[in-house]
Structure formats: C-alpha cells, structure tokens
Design a protein around this ligand. Structure first.
Ligand SMILES: O=C(CO)[C@@H](O)[C@H](O)[C@H](O)[C@H](O)COP(=O)(O)O
Ligand SMILES: [Zn+2]
Length: 196
C-alpha cells in the first residue's frame, strides 16, 4: 500500500464509523444532551474526567460550557477534573492514582450533578472509581466509551447513559467521541436557545 492510500484509508474508515454511529447512537446522544440540559437548568453541575486524549476532550467540553460553543449564551456550569495539577498530584502521591478523580467527585459532587466520563477502552481504573463515587453521591453518569464498553459498561446503572462507539481502533473511537461531544454541545444550545 502506498502512503497516499494509507492516508485515504483513515478517511474511509472514519466515514464508515461516523455513519454507523449516526445510525445506532443518535437517539442516545439526544437523550444525553437533554439530561445535561436538565442538570444545568436546575443549577446543578457537570463534572467531567478522562485520561490522555479523553482528558483533553472533557476539557474541551467544559470550556465550551463555561465559555461558549458556537452561539452566544450565558456560561454553563461544567468542571473538568483533569486540570488541577495540585489536587491531582497530591491525591496520586498521598493515596493512589486510581483515586485522582473519585476523590474530587466525593469532595465536589452533589446529588443531582452529572459526571461525564470519556474512555476509549472503558477500563481506566480512575474513571471507574469516579463512576462509583458519583453513584455514592447520588449523581448520574454520561459515559462515552469504545469497543465493548469495557468494565464501565458493567457498572453503569439507573439513569446513567452509555454512548459506546463499538469499533476497535482507538483513533476512530476518539474522533467519534469528539463528534459526539460537538453534537451534545450544539444540542444543549438548541434546547436553551431554540433553532437558529
Ligand atoms: O489516545 C492516546 C494517544 O492518541 C492516549 O494518550 C490515550 O488517551 C491514553 O492511553 C489513555 O490513557 C487511554 O485511556 P482510555 O481512553 O482507555 O480510558
Ligand atoms: Zn457503582
């Protein structure tokens, strides 16, 4: 395979995954946006966490809420738990890296808040602990995962929403998570402000 074919292959694969996910996840994505919107309008908060690329994606989401997405509106209450290096290093150093998010959820989370998690494998231990902490706090969860949803698929409960991109390749899962997050941001604006 020459290099050009290899490059084009990424786009072909992305188009196929995007189309699959449009078919199977659009209703749940709309449902997730409704849930987050219901959370924000009663002055509850969205806490968000993930690792690596997913950390950058939850930060992007929080920035789009507190700042803005594509339309002008008041700032909305979302906090990425990935950004406070003092808290993260203290918790990892004094306790365990698996607790870097759960400890923050326990400390900051309140009943009615929502935890947004992003994990390509569904198996990150610190994200799994954060979900348990959210449940302890009477918070529900919106989880973006990939492959078979990993262990996260097994621990979600009640009113939690699971958006699983059911393909193997990490890059395709992450690109699709980015698209899902953009769709959710737009849907929240649409629910708040109506159509353009
Ligand atoms: O995806 C990349 C690089 O593109 C990695 O940085 C990736 O995000 C990290 O390995 C994460 O630790 C993977 O965790 P998860 O998404 O499976 O929960
Ligand atoms: Zn639990």
């Amino acid at each position: 395979m020459d290099l050009m074919q290899r490059v084009r292959g990424h786009f072909d694969e992305n188009i196929a995954v995007t189309s699959l996910v449009q078919d199977i996840l659009s209703p749940q994505i709309a449902q997730a946006a409704e849930k987050l919107m219901q959370t924000l309008i009663v002055d509850a908060r969205i806490l968000a966490c993930g690792n690596g690329t997913s950390a950058s994606q939850v930060q992007q989401f929080a920035a789009a809420m507190v700042g803005r997405f594509e339309r002008e509106r008041p700032g909305l209450s979302a906090i990425a738990l990935t950004t406070d290096t003092s808290a993260i290093t203290a918790i990892a150093n004094d306790y365990d890296f698996d607790m870097v998010y759960s400890r923050q959820v326990h400390a900051v989370g309140r009943a009615g808040d929502v935890l947004l998690v992003v994990s390509t494998s569904g198996n990150s231990a610190n994200v799994i602990s954060a979900i348990h902490a959210a449940h302890d706090r009477q918070m529900s969860v919106v989880a973006l995962t990939g492959r078979d949803g990993g262990q996260i698929a097994d621990i979600l409960a009640g009113e939690d929403i699971h958006l699983c991109v059911p393909v193997e390749r990490q890059s395709r899962i992450q690109e699709t998570h980015a698209l899902i997050i953009h769709a959710i941001c737009d849907a929240i604006d649409y629910l708040l402000l109506g159509g353009e």
